[in-house]
Design a protein around this ligand. Sequence first.
Ligand code: PEP
Length: 250
Amino acid sequence: MRKQIVAGNWKMNTTPEQGVELVKSILKGIGTHCGSVNYIVCPPYTHLSEVTKITRGTNIRVGAQNCADEAKGAYTGEVSAEMIASLGVDYVILGHSERRQYYGETSEKLNKRLNLAYANGLVPIYCVGETLEERESGKLWDVVKAQLEEVVFGLTDEQFRKLIIAYEPVWAIGTGKVATADQAQEMHAFIRKTLTVKYKELADKTPILYGGSVKPDNAKEIFAKPDVDGGLIGGAALKAEDFLGIGAGF
Ligand code: PEP
């Protein structure tokens, strides 16, 4: 049985004060919803210190939305994996399509980020996914395969054991267009098969999350698919009720 995970990517939303209120609301609601679900919240860097304090000893874990591709030094504006981990953060989202698209994140940079995350005890949530054009031209399989081969395949077995993958079709992120449960399952099965080539039976344990306009009313059908182990949630993670409503989809 793989872990069931619902992770919220808050992106550049909420002030630290609003973020603390949101986490408190999630904590308040979680008693009635939690069950076997592992909840992770990924607020902006500025909130991590407070959010890790109020979630300590609770059922919620905390992730960052990125980390630097260098360990330390003259990199103005960057935040290192070590700094993040020192706050008690457990996870880090890497390779989100917004980072790839707007900030030029290449596989080379992502390799460095993943290694620094592991070196500091952070669990990467590595995002892959195709654009609409890539899907419509039939290139989706090659694109996702390359995103896996170029970054994940460099990991040792020990690192790979801790990895979480998020399949996020770019055309479904923040657009309200959700992949059908069958489309999600088809790609998740392909991802698992691709990972199996290199990591054999270890790939059977890798949590693969679906991301892209997941809401409380569509989560259940998507999470029911055999290779879907949860969700990476954007917009709906900003409301405690919706975030927990998605978790209730398990
Ligand atoms: C995301 O950006 O990771 C995401 C899945 O966003 P949304 O749920 O808003 O589509």
